[in-house]
Design a protein. Structure first.
Length: 62
């Protein structure tokens, strides 16, 4: 996954000098921001969701 981001950053660096690619870079940076926020959010919520599913499974098996 890190390799994918590094390749993506290299692609963005190549496009910086091209004026017609600026919109693409802006949209790509926004997408990267959303992906990073989603990863952080999901990793933060993962323990709570896991505990909830374990509680439900325990109640169903009882």
């Amino acid at each position: 996954m890190i390799t994918m981001f590094l390749n993506y950053i290299e692609m963005l660096k190549a496009q910086i000098g091209h004026e017609e690619g600026q919109d693409l870079i802006e949209y790509a940076l926004i997408i990267v921001l959303f992906v990073l926020l989603a990863v952080v959010g999901l990793s933060t919520l993962a323990p709570a969701v896991s505990a909830l599913w374990e509680s439900i499974a325990g109640q169903l098996s009882a």
